[in-house]
Design a protein around this ligand. Structure first.
Ligand SMILES: *Cc1c(COP(=O)(O)O)cnc(C)c1O
Length: 367
């Protein structure tokens, strides 16, 4: 029996009353509530536009499609990410290329240049676990090579890089899936300061329709419902407190786990704020237990944990020989994938829960 789970949803009276308001209005599809959720995202990311969609995956697909790529055009991303990042590139008709990650688990921005080809059109960094990728370096390369930037910010709502909110550096793609820092069950959001792309995305989301029966492009139904938006709005108003609680839990974990042999704890550079969607440790060769052994032993003590992610994203038969996937060499990501373990850090945990996690880790790794 797991008594300290890896994630937990916290919804309250405000969510209930807004959802009830939508139910009683009889207007369930995209309407005023979706508008309010978009406003909350515009405010948080300090962008001019926020476009609500059905998921983080469709946010990414839409963002890539809005760039109007040609078949064979390439998008460079991280090999160490959730599979949706890769699926979105394939779905949008582009080719995926990969640049290895650094010790912060994010794309190694300094190495991107070597992977750029004649066909490269966009860089798609992932702010993994809620920690910002090196955006200055990425924007510099993008400017020099005339590339678009799409941020996979699915795990990073509220994070900042040099004081600037994640999601405001290009096209920001957020997920509102059940386990993310803010959730509507399923849902997504695209943020941008680009008026033209925002306009295209709004049309794309609604069957490519500008006005009734006036079609401008083959579109989709990516519309969010007002029911879902009503669940997200109160959470967006609590975002600062939610993030502060995650950061406090992470601080306690960092303090408690410092100095254990073979255990690496997450680092935070002074110019970025981590929103700790996950608190992810690494167990190196010096550790007395492997990653899988530690996870099993903790589960025996009722402590949940998670492996995000066990393999490099394209290291599966269905991608290895896929014509839209170029399997660039990524040795660091391959190694890291065998070492990572995410520990509970969500705001549903008390200081006592965190103490239990720390004590279990410490005693398992020092015997
Ligand atoms: C969750 C997630 C997505 C996909 O979001 P969905 O809402 O589940 O479609 C994409 N990228 C990353 C890094 C994610 O964590």
């Amino acid at each position: 029996m797991i008594s300290i789970p890896i994630s937990a949803v916290q919804l309250g009276a405000n969510e209930e009353s807004l959802v009830l308001e939508v139910l009683r209005s009889g207007q369930l599809a995209q309407g005023a509530m979706v508008g309010r959720l978009e406003d909350a995202f515009r405010e948080t990311t300090r962008t001019r536009h926020a476009i609500a969609v059905t998921s983080g995956t469709t946010a990414l697909v839409g963002a890539i499609q809005a760039l109007d790529l040609e078949p064979g055009d390439e998008v460079i991303t991280s090999p160490f990410t959730f599979v949706a990042t890769l699926n979105a590139i394939i779905e949008a008709g582009a080719k995926a290329r990969f640049v290895d990650v650094g010790d912060d688990f994010n794309i190694d921005a300094k190495a991107i240049d070597e992977t750029i080809s004649r066909r490269t059109r966009a860089i798609l960094p992932v702010h993994l676990y809620g920690y910002p990728a090196d955006m200055d370096e990425i924007l510099t390369i993008a400017r020099q090579r005339d590339l678009s930037v799409i941020e996979d910010a699915a795990q990073a709502i509220g994070a900042t890089y040099r004081g600037q909110p994640i999601g405001s550096f290009g096209l920001g793609c957020f997920s509102l899936y059940a386990t993310k820092n803010i959730t509507t069950g399923e849902g997504g959001m695209i943020t941008t300061n680009d008026d033209r792309l925002a306009d295209r995305l709004r049309v794309l989301r609604n069957q490519g329709m500008r006005a009734r029966y006036q079609y401008e492009m083959p579109g989709h139904n990516y519309r969010m419902t007002d029911l879902q938006a009503a669940v997200g709005i109160p959470q967006m108003h609590r975002l600062a407190a939610i993030t502060a609680h995650r950061r406090r839990n992470a601080g306690l974990l960092m303090e408690g786990l410092a100095g254990l042999p073979g255990l690496l704890i997450p680092q935070e550079e002074p110019d970025r704020t981590h929103v700790f969607h996950q608190f992810t440790i690494r167990l190196t060769e010096q550790s007395p237990l492997t990653r899988d052994e530690l996870a099993d032993r903790m589960a025996e003590q009722g402590i949940g944990s998670g492996v995000y992610y066990p393999r490099v994203v394209f290291d599966y038969d269905c991608y290895r020989d896929h014509p839209q996937v170029i399997a660039d060499p990524v040795p660091r990501a391959e190694k890291i994938a065998t070492e990572v373990l995410s520990l509970p850090v969500h705001p549903g945990l008390s200081d006592r829960d965190i103490g239990v996690v720390v004590d279990a880790c410490r005693s398992l790794l020092t015997q």
